[in-house]
Structures are given as structure tokens and as C-alpha cells.
Design a protein around this ligand. Structure first.
Ligand code: ZN
Length: 417
């Protein structure tokens, strides 16, 4: 397959290159350069893309596959059909890889193996398998979450469960470290430390759900690899920044859209009539979101008034960490009810720009950086030898980040989606 005439944004952060061309063979980038030097291989299928923009596919480092149908989350929903449906939805929005963070069942390993044996036609699966919390710890009290994470009570439990995950070759290990605004039990720090140490013995990175600055600091000091949410209780400080840089810890996912999702549906406004949103939402769910009863229910949440502040704090902290030179990845926490796969990743990029990042930074975080966190050496940028996972856009995302929505075509492993 040959694509030519487009402006290339290769994901490395380098300036865009006009009038570029790419040759894709067996799903990988065989050649890439100026159109003037293109030698079209015999029998190649050539697609002219004058005026278009090509960027790497988006990589979401924080998703949850397969458990949600409509607005209900339940482990019984975790079927091949439901996981595939979600992967196709992600792909249609230009999200070409997703790291499912701690709520998967063993079927996920089978599906991942099938993808890796060939050239997938849907978003690539990365998985943490089952994540960790303490006995009855957060988030096991949330609807449909009981039984999803391991609930550990001793370092011996940790050792067994991490070994089990390592045997399945998980792409990351997940810990939930939160008390849900004081309502739930938080996993003890000593067990989190044991999880990090054991995972590292197996060569696996650890990402943690955090909310509080104090937890982020304690975990990063214990060599945590990635924060899977922004710190939201207070501004990040110099001590956390210094520790993140010293330990090479990432703000792996800022999940700004996750914060939006906690309050936006009380007053969704124009969102519910935006075709780019509605195309990924079933009519049944849309009808519920439109109903005054549902909107009132969201507004009646006892913590409703706090949620916009958490979003503001998350945005502030993302900008602080990014400016300080901490490595920033990309992720949304999409998949659970009202966190819509695909749309949320597109929206997250817009919120990151609103937080003060430049469009080029955001595009690099969501592609090159996210792949680096995953250790996926053949994803994340458009360079010779890498997988042809890319998005063709009608308008420049560097001029306006919302132009990542002007999707003309999505390609995964050389397959037009
Ligand atoms: Zn999550």
C-alpha cells in the first residue's frame, strides 16, 4: 500500500513534513520520505492524500475493556463479542492501541495472542490482567467491581498473584490506591511496595490509580513506574517532581475526561447532539443521558460540587509536571459507564491543550510517549520498520487540536479500518 502527497506528523515531535509518501508492506512501514523520491513498487495500491495530514494512531494507556453494556458494568459482560465491539469503536475514533488496566478476564490473553500472531483489524490489546487492592478495598465496592481485582492481605498473596500475572505475560501491573474520599478501604502501603518490588523482579512496570498527593509521593518513592490518574487533592510539589524524575516515573495517564465524566452529564448541553459523540453511543444510552431524571440523579451526587475542582486540579498538575520535564503519557480511563471509548481519547487531547500543553506535545504524548511507556518499540511513531498504525486527517491537528476529529481514514497494521 502506498499513501502519498500528505503532510507527515511522525509522532517524534519533529516538525511536520509536507508532500510526504509512505510505502507499507505486510502492515509495516517499508519506506517513508518525500513524494519526489517515491518509487512505487509494482502492483502497489496508491492512495493520493494531497491536503491531508497523517499522524500515528492514538495509544490509550488507561482503558477498561469489555465489562460495560449500556450503562451497566458487570464481569459477565466480558465476552469476546463485547471486547471486539469496543476495540472496533476505539479504532473508528483513531485509537489504535489500548492498555486495559486491571479489570480483564483470561479471555483477554487469548485475544491478545491472536492479534499478535497476525495483523489486527481492530485496536491492539495491551493488558494488566487483574489489578490489585486490599481486602474489600477500593474499588471492589463499586457496581460490578467485586471479584475483578485481586484482594491481597499479605506479601505472600502478592508474590503468588504477581507470579500468576507474570506467567500470563501481562503488559503492566495495576494497583488501586484510594479510599474514595474516605468512604472505602485503601490498600496498605506495605502491600503496594511488595507489588512494585515483585512486578519489577519479573520485569513488569506498575501503574497506580491514585488520588492523593501523599500516596503519589509514597508510591513513586517506592519506585512506581506510572501514575494512572492525575493527583487531584492538591497541587503537585517539588518533592514529587524530584522523586518522579529521580525514579523515571511517568504521569502515564492524566485522565482529565474521567473527571469530566463525573459531572458533565448533569448538564451535557451540546454534547448530546454532537454527531462525533452520538455515533459511538447507542440510542438507548443516548435516551437515558437526555432524560431530566438521569441528569438530576447526577447532580444529586453528594460530592457533585467537588468534581469540577478535581478536574481543575488535574489540569493544573498535568501542566506543572509537563513543564517540569516529567514524562507524560496519555490515557482516559474510558470503558466504564459514561466513559465513552474513542470519543473520550479525542476529548482528552483537547483538554490537555486547554490545560496549557501545545498540540504537538499532546500528539507526542499520545503516540510516541505512550508507546515508550508500554515498551512497544514498533508502535507510536511513523518510521521505517514500525507498524503502520496511523490516522489520516482532513485538517491540521497542529493548528487546532480538535482537528484530530477530522478523521478521513484509520489504518492498523496496514489494514484500512
Ligand atoms: Zn481505571
Amino acid at each position: 500500500m502506498v499513501l502519498d502527497g500528505f503532510t507527515l506528523i511522525d509522532g517524534t515531535g519533529r516538525a511536520p513534513v509536507g508532500n510526504a509518501a509512505i510505502i507499507i508492506v505486510d502492515g509495516r512501514i517499508d519506506w517513508l520520505g518525500p513524494k519526489s523520491q517515491l518509487k512505487v513498487p509494482a502492483g502497489a495500491q496508491v492512495t493520493h492524500l494531497a491536503g491531508k495530514y497523517v499522524m500515528p494512531g492514538i495509544i490509550n494507556l488507561h482503558g477498561h475493556l469489555g465489562n460495560t453494556v449500556g450503562l451497566a458494568q458487570d464481569p459477565k459482560n466480558f465476552t469476546r463479542e463485547n471486547v471486539e465491539k469496543q476495540l472496533k469503536l476505539y479504532a473508528s475514533y483513531g485509537v489504535t492501541s489500548v492498555l486495559s488496566l486491571g479489570t480483564d478476564q483470561d479471555l483477554v490473553f487469548e485475544m491478545r495472542a491472536e492479534q499478535r500472531a497476525g495483523r489486527p483489524h481492530e485496536t491492539r490489546i495491551f493488558t494488566a490482567g487483574r489489578g490489585f487492592t486490599g481486602i474489600d478495598g477500593y474499588p471492589t465496592t463499586a457496581p460490578g467491581m467485586k471479584g475483578m481485582p485481586f484482594e491481597v492481605s499479605s506479601p505472600a498473596d502478592v508474590q503468588n498473584d504477581v507470579a500468576q500475572l507474570a506467567g500470563k505475560k501481562v503488559d503492566a501491573v495495576k494497583i488501586w490506591v484510594d479510599d474514595h474520599l474516605g468512604r472505602d478501604k485503601k490498600i496498605p502501603l506495605e502491600l503496594s511496595k511488595a507489588i512494585i518490588a515483585d512486578a519489577h523482579k519479573h520485569g513488569i512496570k506498575v501503574a497506580a490509580h491514585v488520588f492523593y498527593l501523599a500516596d503519589a509521593k509514597a508510591l513513586v518513592d517506592a519506585d512506581l513506574d506510572g501514575l494512572a490518574h492525575s493527583v487531584r487533592d492538591q497541587p503537585v510539589d517539588d518533592a514529587l517532581i524530584a522523586s518522579m524524575k529521580k525514579h523515571g516515573a511517568w504521569q502515564a495517564a492524566a485522565t482529565l475526561t474521567r473527571e469530566e465524566s463525573t459531572f458533565i452529564f448533569a448538564q451535557p448541553g451540546a454534547l448530546l447532539t454532537d454527531p462525533f459523540f452520538t455515533r459511538g453511543v447507542s440510542p438507548t444510552v443516548l435516551a437515558i443521558l437526555k432524560s431530566p431524571e438521569y441528569q438530576h440523579k447526577i447532580a444529586s451526587d453528594p460530592d457533585y460540587s467537588k468534581y469540577p475542582q478535581f478536574l481543575k486540579m488535574a489540569m493544573h498538575n498535568l501542566k506543572t509536571l509537563s513543564d517540569a520535564g516529567v514524562k507524560i503519557g496519555f490515557g482516559t480511563d474510558s470503558g466504564p459507564p459514561v466513559r465513552f471509548p474513542g470519543y473520550f481519547e479525542q476529548w482528552e487531547m483537547e483538554l490537555m491543550v486547554q490545560a496549557g500543553l501545545k498540540p504537538m506535545q499532546v500528539l507526542t504524548d499520545a503516540t510516541h510517549n505512550a508507546a515508550e511507556f508500554l515498551g512497544a518499540k514498533d508502535l507510536g511513531t511513523l518510521e521505517r520498520g514500525k507498524w503502520a498504525d496511523l490516522i489520516v486527517l482532513d485538517k491540521s491537528p497542529l493548528e487546532n487540536i480538535r482537528n484530530t476529529r477530522s478523521i478521513h481514514m484509520v489504518v492498523i497494521a496496514g489494514n484500512k479500518i
